[in-house]
Design a protein around this ligand. Structure first.
Ligand code: NOJ
Ligand code: CA
Length: 549
């Protein structure tokens, strides 16, 4: 029943555990206070040991870093703070040698205003091919139906450019002009960018902000068929380069809209399941499984070769864009009573502080993350329960240096502390002396050991990445229970969302005769019969059972 993933499988992303990391925050190899590829190479043993199988690197390209590198000034190079292209290729080979795949960012929608394309466009004649790389207008009244995505930073999607004598369109910050995908030259440029990184050997691309590529009057300028056509072109190009390369869509939308980014298996291989993310936190707060079950049952089926990417936290605020205004209100109260923790329509906090550093809640959320249908994505530092700093502005509070040990700068860098790109976390609860990798390595009961164990266990059962899901409906709604199946492999997952012990009575009649074997301890439970199956779960407790015939 245990089946290992095949290293050469073109569908590798279905069995993957992805680890999201900013190079600048991970490890500083040259002592200048900024993480770099040299440092990252030194930490590959750690990542291999953790059991993750794919590294997703946040943008590391030349950039003025006004949006942490999502404002790209050169798509085919490395920001000098992080090293050189040669350092990148060394890293890539070292990762591949360990069987770790690498995904990078493809920021399609916009560039930095410092990108030579924009500098050229603003001084080119209106209507010229150069000017046409971006979206210009004489008025700021066009596309009024498109919302502002960063309301805490911008008032309009248009900004006046005195050099061009025109307004330019931007869905994000004003220093990030949107590229014009009605111009085939722009599409060709992006295919060249894709080729550059494909030729170096990267395994996947996260397509940043993918719903916004094309704009049309009278629409929200999201999810347009013209945008899907561009993604189809990109996919065909990736496929032509050979099998095994993955595209991951960043589309913060409801499942029915995100579904379109898989196409008929001819757009993206993966897409984040944005809506289930806040609903895991909602279910925990309400002590009610309904939000998770409801959104999963509302999730359309996807083509055989496609996969959802699941996450609890990432480098942005915990977005509440896909929940109702009422739900947002109670989520703010439950998870960020302090105004300082809120940003745009979300909460800028890490996993551990969100759940008040409650180890059982951290484990419960991860157990759900690792067992719902999809591929889990872990945000760097959350595997040791790192804290945040909501006073750093924007989303910088969840982007502080990784804590390796209790030495100066948490072992992240040998630089003088004031030189660090960001202060490390220093408070008594989450500070680097209390929470770090070295301490957790030597503590067999640490969160790090628990995470490793769970990642290993998950890796032994392909059913987690590939199986179907069926939700059970025990009368006690504090209990979330589902059955994952892949051919003859059946796993029953049961989670107690409550802070107190709970009973559950499960209808498992269709599995009568099978024996549930608890997967962490390999303990046999009483066989299933035609009668309801009784379980007792401790506070925030969960079980994974293999149902053996
Ligand atoms: C989505 C990224 O996740 C976010 O960090 C960034 O600010 C926006 N795209 C704009 O590039
Ligand atoms: Ca450095």
């Amino acid at each position: 029943m245990r089946r290992h993933a095949n290293a050469n499988d073109p569908l590798w992303y279905k069995d993957a555990v992805i680890y999201e990391l900013p190079v600048k925050s991970f490890c500083d190899g040259n002592g200048d206070g900024i993480g770099d590829f040299r440092g990252l190479i030194e930490k590959l043993d750690y990542l291999e040991n953790l059991g993750v199988t794919c590294l997703w690197l946040l943008p590391f390209f030349p950039s003025p870093l006004k949006d942490d590198g999502y404002d790209i000034a050169d798509y085919t190079n490395v920001h000098p703070s992080y090293g050189t292209l040669e350092d990148f290729t060394k890293f890539l080979h070292a990762a591949h040698e360990r069987g770790l795949r690498v995904a990078v960012e493809l920021v399609l929608n916009h560039t930095s205003d410092q990108h030579p394309w924009f500098q050229r466009a603003r001084s080119a004649a209106p209507g010229s091919p150069e000017r046409d790389y971006y979206v210009w207008s004489d008025t700021d009244q066009k596309y009024k139906d498109a919302r502002v995505i960063f309301p805490d930073g911008e008032e309009s999607n248009w900004t006046w450019d005195p050099v061009a004598g025109a307004h330019y369109w931007h869905r994000f910050f004003h220093h990030q002009p949107d590229l014009n995908y009605d111009n085939p030259a722009v599409v060709r440029e992006m295919l060249r960018v894709l080729d550059f990184w494909l030729d170096l050997g990267v395994d996947g691309f996260r397509l940043d902000a993918v719903p916004y590529l094309v704009e049309r009057e009278g629409t929200s300028c999201e999810n347009l068929s013209e945008t899907h056509a561009v993604i189809g072109t990109i996919r065909a190009h990736v496929d032509a380069a050979g099998p095994g390369r993955m595209l991951l869509a960043d589309a913060n939308q409801l499942p029915a809209d995100v579904r379109a980014y898989f196409g008929e298996g001819d757009e993206c291989h993966m897409a984040y399941h944005f809506p289930v993310m806040p609903r895991m936190f909602m279910a925990l707060h309400l002590e009610d499984r309904d939000p998770v079950v409801e959104v999963m049952e509302r999730t359309p089926s996807i083509p055989e070769t496609c996969q959802w990417a699941l996450f609890l936290r990432n480098h942005d605020e915990l977005t509440l864009e896909t929940v109702t205004a009422d739900e947002r209100d109670y989520m703010y109260l439950a998870y960020s009573a302090d105004q300082q923790g809120r940003l745009n329509a979300g909460i800028r906090r890490r996993l551990a502080p969100l759940v008040r550093n409650n180890r059982r809640r951290i484990e419960l959320l991860n157990a759900i993350l690792f067992s719902l249908p999809g591929t889990p994505v872990i945000y760097y530092g959350d595997e040791i329960g790192m804290g945040d700093n909501v006073y750093l502005g924007d989303r910088n509070g969840v982007r502080t240096p990784m804590h390796w040990n209790g030495d100066r700068n948490g072992g992240f860098s040998r630089a003088d502390p004031p030189r660090l790109y960001s202060p490390v976390i220093m408070d008594a609860v989450y500070g680097y002396q209390a929470v770090n990798v070295e301490a957790q390595e030597s503590d067999g009961a640490s969160l790090l050991h628990w995470m490793r164990n769970m990642i290993r266990l998950r890796g032994l059962f392909r059913v987690f990445g590939r199986g179907s899901v069926e939700f059970l409906r025990p009368a006690n709604r504090k209990v979330l229970a589902y059955v994952r199946s892949l051919e003859d492999d059946v796993v029953l997952c049961v989670a107690n969302l409550s802070r107190t012990a709970q009973p559950a009575e499960l209808d498992l009649t269709s599995f009568a005769g099978a024996t549930p074997v608890e997967m962490l301890g390999y303990t046999e439970f009483p066989p299933i019969t035609a009668a309801p199956y009784f379980l007792t779960l401790g506070p925030y407790g969960f079980y994974w059972f293999e149902l053996q015939r």
